[in-house]
Design a protein around this ligand. Structure first.
Ligand code: EPU
Length: 337
């Protein structure tokens, strides 16, 4: 997978002149305005965020959420941008990045959690999952091998219950600490998070940290399993192209990639966006692609698969429109496209 592109695409929002950033003015050094989002996403597409904020502490994060709420300004967290499509018009809200060290620490536990086989590890929401899974292997801790090759921050991965055929993050989450939509810090049990296949009920809550329960194992064996899964992905997925991973969730009992392939859509292209010839559940973006190309292609795929197999594909990626009303249902998807 390449580094995010320098999109250089300026959104309509940037040309209308920025509103005075008064409500975050006392956080000056951590706020930027009209920040292009394309370089922060793996698709390398889309417009700018009106505000991007990098809080330095949990207290500052709580304040940001409270103020956004008071002013009816939408907010979202941007992790590694690996599962995200930003609209060409950008985002008229606050994009939060958890890059400060306070959100990226890993505390390797020594106390057992009651079950002799488990060890607790407390991980900041902004922590890179690939770093975490490699370090877990070095510590001789098993449970994150199924995350091999899945790009993202722990917070993003918990939020969408990311995983693969061999398991998802829900299997190892003990509890999650979030700043909720009212700006309060809360700890949620695994059950409270409402994990389902590639979804949770976290909504506007921001994952500050999670406690994971991992099992002691031989470091070399853990590392071997992790790299094996990583290598399988390199063989079967277009890792060298600009994409956002699997675009659609697998419908119950089916593989979205197989359905799209069987519908004859591999290679179907709109502008600079194409259905990957390596794995049909990936849309790859070439130089010159726009978010609209991707959204139009998404619409074509959904219609074709529905027409041929009677199955409605649901988006796995997040789509951020100007008010961040990201898509989940068919109607919203059509409107965004
Ligand atoms: N297939 C095709 N044509 C294609 C792609 C796949 O016929 O173009 C067939 C495969 O031959 C296989 C079946 O579809 O028989 C399933 O394919 P695959 O093994 O690639 O798994 P998947 O269900 O498409 C899921 C996750 C991936 C994860 C892999 C491996 C979802 C939506 N996708 O893919 O996750 O990497 O398993 O564990 O759950 C992601 O979430 O972004 C992602 C890529």
């Amino acid at each position: 997978m390449p580094a995010p592109a320098d999109g250089g695409r300026r959104s309509a929002l940037m040309d209308t002149g920025a509103r005075v950033c008064d409500f975050l003015s006392d956080m000056d050094s951590t706020v930027s305005q009209n920040e292009p989002l394309a370089p922060h996403t793996w698709f390398g597409l889309g417009g700018a965020a009106r505000w991007m904020v990098q809080p330095r502490s949990i207290e500052q994060l709580c304040t940001i959420v409270r103020r956004c709420r008071q002013r009816d300004v939408p907010w979202r967290v941007l992790g590694l941008g690996a599962n995200l499509l930003v609209s060409d018009d950008g985002v008229d809200g606050v994009v939060v990045r958890l890059k400060s060290p306070v959100f990226r620490t890993i505390r390797w536990g020594s106390a057992r959690d009651g079950r002799a086989s488990n060890l607790k590890v407390i991980v900041g929401g902004g922590t890179d999952m690939n770093r975490l899974s490699l370090e877990a292997a070095r510590h001789g801790l098993s449970g994150l091998e199924c995350m091999g090759g899945i790009p993202g921050t722990l917070g993003g991965i918990v939020r969408m219950n990311a995983g693969g055929r061999l398991g998802a993050i829900e299997n190892v989450v003990h509890n999650v600490t979030v700043v909720d939509s009212t700006g309060l810090l809360r700890t949620l049990s695994n059950d409270d998070v409402g994990f389902q296949y590639r979804r949770t009920n976290l909504g506007d809550s921001i994952v500050v940290e999670a406690t994971l329960a991992l099992s002691p194992d031989d470091p070399l064996r853990v590392r071997e399993r992790l790299l094996q899964i990583w290598n399988d992905k390199k063989r079967s997925q277009p890792m060298a192209d600009y994409s956002a991973g699997c675009v659609f969730k697998n419908p119950p009992g089916h593989s979205a990639g197989q359905l799209i392939d069987q519908a004859g859509l591999k290679g179907r292209t709109v502008g600079g966006a194409s259905v990957s010839r390596i794995h049909a559940n990936f849309i790859v973006a070439k130089e010159g692609a726009t978010a609209r190309d991707v959204l139009t292609l998404i619409g074509i795929i959904r219609r074709e698969v529905a027409a041929q197999f009677g199955i409605e594909l649901e988006l796995e990626i997040e789509v951020w429109g100007p008010r961040m009303m990201y898509a989940s249902g068919p109607m919203e998807q059509t409107q965004l496209a």
